[in-house]
Design a protein around this ligand. Structure first.
Ligand SMILES: Cc1cc2nc3c(=O)[nH]c(=O)nc-3n(C[C@H](O)[C@H](O)[C@H](O)COP(=O)(O)OP(=O)(O)OC[C@H]3O[C@@H](n4cnc5c(N)ncnc54)[C@H](O)[C@@H]3O)c2cc1C
Length: 553
């Protein structure tokens, strides 16, 4: 097997020798280390490498070179190997250029020279970049294959599930990928068996449920213990943060999610405003890091497993799952977040999963290569979705009810959209109908000022509007605001029912619901900030109140 390449460029022979020595010392078993003094020579060799089917995992380039700058080199190298990680070696005086390059070339990191000792100043950064590259790398991938029809809702659910649980898979569309037909014949399947999942060990599941696939992949849908200190329901950023703090502070903690880890943030193509990641990070990277961290602290993770009801028996709380199983815990954290509002429209219901998607831009973008797609919504999630889709779709139209995006989207995203030639914002515009036969082919748009209607070709419609909390299933008399968000802490005093249900001598802790020992954090909580960082902060805070609650019970 050919090893992936780390390519390093520096015009200074001494620096090049030093970086070559350090790279070889640590990475020579897993990567081929190539080094050159000329950026132009390196660029010339890239096309040849590509033709030979080689993979480049990392470019590491000096910024100041006589024939071109490191940023110029990385910009061109990115065109040939777009998934390779890009790092710049900079002198202290070039750090400004490196920070600018974060936006210009989506630089992954800059490393200030000298990097001694490499164990502290070089290897941790490169380990991180290479591990990201490895976990997102697909080419030549022969593992798990999902065969199905592109416009089948069942296939979409399986794709979403595999991506959500961070399992690398190969999507094979039976209508235009010859390998799909080959696999069908090989396993004696017919089109009526689709979607089908072919696993690495050669076994096949036809028309499987998400839990069939989860079980086969070793996801754990059953709890291993009788009693936990803390049960966290929902593994978005709030739940994951609570799991990390709960686990690290010695609480027997179980984290439960009906889909997989990551929540809404896991579907984000690039989170640019999370502290400590100046070049942004994808939702799947954040999720992978967080769930690994939680499990390292001994947190048990159950997924896919939906919680359908909870009830409190004083010190003990029951958490009942959709499959009839039950977990008992001394405290609960509700971190079930929000979902997008479904647009009430039968024509959209008909094509959900077959051209109409709620969120899901990162899962489905490649299916719309060269086609026109529409995004509904004016918030940051819609903006990120549009940016992601613009890489593959021929044209992306953002439909919003307001005249423009200024009131609803962050300025950095508005600027990115303005700079992207194949994105058009359609202000004062609503999608009122989807049309098509087996899959969506067109949408009908209405101008809200003139009421003029027009039918336009649309292969995909991605809806990112509104937020509805996942709280309908909570039957206990937990106080919620009129929109269904859970009231906590001092805010509870505003509600007339509070005095009837709260029987404690103390006030509720901040983030505690009106049922002692049941807490809420993140987007599901009334008054939440709807940000990754605030959800993470609340998840962490909730654990400190759980300790206080457990100490008095
Ligand atoms: C596409 C997109 C991009 C975004 N980009 C940014 C950004 O760049 N910066 C930023 O700060 N914010 C961003 N946000 C917002 C941010 O992701 C959310 O504020 C954050 O994810 C909220 O975290 P949470 O843990 O409260 O809930 P969620 O992320 O909503 O997670 C809730 C989890 O609970 C699970 N769940 C629900 N009900 C049950 C049940 N009954 N049983 C078991 N599990 C259940 C769900 O499956 C889900 O995994 C973005 C959101 C989206 C959708």
């Amino acid at each position: 097997m050919r090893l992936p390449i780390i390519l390093s460029i520096d015009d200074d022979p001494q620096v090049l020798q030093a970086i070559q020595r350090d790279l070889r010392q640590k990475y020579r078993r897993q990567y081929r280390i190539l080094c050159t003094e000329s950026a132009q020579e390196a660029l010339d060799s890239l096309t040849e490498l590509k033709k030979k089917g080689e993979e480049v995992a990392l470019f590491l380039s000096d910024q100041r070179m006589p024939d071109m700058t490191g940023v110029a080199f990385l910009t061109q190298a990115r065109q040939v190997f777009p998934t390779a990680k890009r790092a710049l070696l900079t002198a202290y005086s070039d750090i400004d250029a490196a920070v600018r390059a974060i936006n210009e070339v989506q630089l992954d990191y800059y490393i200030a020279k000298p990097w001694d000792p490499p164990e502290e100043r070089l290897y941790p950064v490169l380990d991180d970049l290479l591990s990201d590259w490895q976990s997102n790398h697909r080419s030549g991938f022969e593992g798990l294959a999902l065969i199905g029809y592109q416009f089948s809702p069942h296939s979409h659910d399986l794709k979403d599930f595999l991506a959500g649980n961070l399992f690398p898979y190969q999507w094979l569309d039976i209508e235009n990928n010859p390998k799909a037909q080959e696999l069908l014949t090989l396993h004696g399947l017919t089109p009526s068996d689709l979607p089908a999942v072919v696993f690495e060990d050669g076994t096949v599941l036809t028309q499987p449920s998400l839990s069939d696939v989860g079980e086969k992949l070793g996801l754990v849908p059953k709890a291993s213990q009788e009693l936990y200190d803390l049960a966290i329901i929902g593994a978005g950023p709030a739940g994951l943060a609570a799991a990390v703090y709960g686990g690290s502070e010695g609480l027997r903690t179980i984290l439960i999610d009906k889909r997989g880890p990551g929540g809404q943030a896991g579907t984000s193509s690039r989170i640019e405003n999370y502290l400590g990641f100046p070049n942004g990070l994808s939702g799947s990277d954040l999720t992978r890091r967080a769930i690994t961290q939680a499990q390292r602290f001994g947190v048990e993770f159950l997924a896919p497993q939906e919680v359908v009801s909870i009830n409190s028996r004083g010190q003990y709380k029951d958490i009942n799952m959709a499959d009839g199983s039950k977990v008992v815990a001394r405290a609960i954290l509700l971190s079930t977040g929000v979902s997008y509002h479904k647009l009430e429209n039968p024509s959209l219901d008909r094509f959900t999963g077959a051209g109409v998607y709620y969120g899901a831009a990162t899962t489905e973008a490649y299916a719309f290569k060269g086609k026109s797609v529409y995004v509904v919504g004016g918030g940051n999630s819609a903006g990120q979705g549009a940016m992601y889709l613009s890489r593959t779709a021929s044209e992306v139209f953002i439909c919003i009810r307001r005249p423009d995006l200024t009131e609803t989207m962050s300025q950095y995203l508005i600027e990115q959209i303005d700079r992207t030639p194949n994105i058009t914002v359609l202000g004062c515009t609503e999608v009122i109908e989807a049309l098509g036969k087996d899959q969506m082919e067109c949408v009908v748009l209405e101008n809200m000022d003139t009421h003029e209607r027009r039918t336009v070709p649309a292969a995909g419609l991605f809806i990112f509007i509104g937020t509805k909390p996942y709280t309908d299933w909570i039957e206990m008399d937990i106080i919620k605001d009129p929109k269904g968000f859970i009231a906590t802490g001092r805010d509870l005093a505003k509600y007339a029912d509070f005095k009837k249900v709260w029987r404690q001598a103390r006030e509720p802790f901040s983030l505690e619901t009106c049922s002692p020992g049941i807490f809420a954090a993140g987007d599901v909580r009334a008054g939440a900030m709807n940000r990754v960082a605030s959800a993470v902060g609340e998840g962490a805070m909730a654990v400190s109140f759980v300790h206080k609650y457990l100490a008095e019970n």
